[in-house]
Design a protein. Structure first.
Length: 139
């Protein structure tokens, strides 16, 4: 059974997106993955990849995205992101219960993960500690 942070929202969630901070509207440092197959191919072809799983309508995801992008700068080959909007099957596949969630894949397998906290999301310090523990330096 899925434990979602927020109930499903209708397609008219534009008012929530209008509240996003300006820093959210920035050049993407991380590669945006659109489909499950694209993610699988990427994980097979690269070693040491952080994947941010997020929802475009989630305020915690919206707030965390600029932090993730900041840390992706200079390490673009190791940072990708994938919205769970329209990719709901990934919830079960990766055991995602809260947005945002960052998973570090090594040799195509889950090596470490950072799950968002219910009604709190993720903090920059948590991401920094995860990156440091995985030994990914800037390119």
């Amino acid at each position: 059974m899925r434990n979602f942070l927020f109930p499903a929202v209708d397609q008219s969630h534009q008012s929530l997106l209008a509240l996003r901070p300006r820093s959210y509207i920035m050049a993407s440092m991380s590669r945006i993955i659109q489909e499950r197959r694209e993610l699988a191919d990427l994980l097979k072809s690269r070693d040491g990849v952080f994947v941010l799983f997020y929802a475009s309508w989630c305020p915690f995801s919206i707030g965390f995205l600029p932090i993730y992008e900041k840390h992706a700068a200079g390490r673009e080959q190791h940072f990708v992101r994938m919205t769970l909007d329209g990719n709901e099957g990934l919830f079960d596949e990766h055991g995602i219960q809260v947005y945002p969630t960052v998973i570090f894949f090594k040799s195509g397998e889950v090596h470490k993960r950072l799950d968002g906290k219910h009604l709190a999301g993720l903090k920059e310090k948590q991401l920094t500690e995860l990156i440091d523990s995985c030994g990914i330096d800037r390119d």
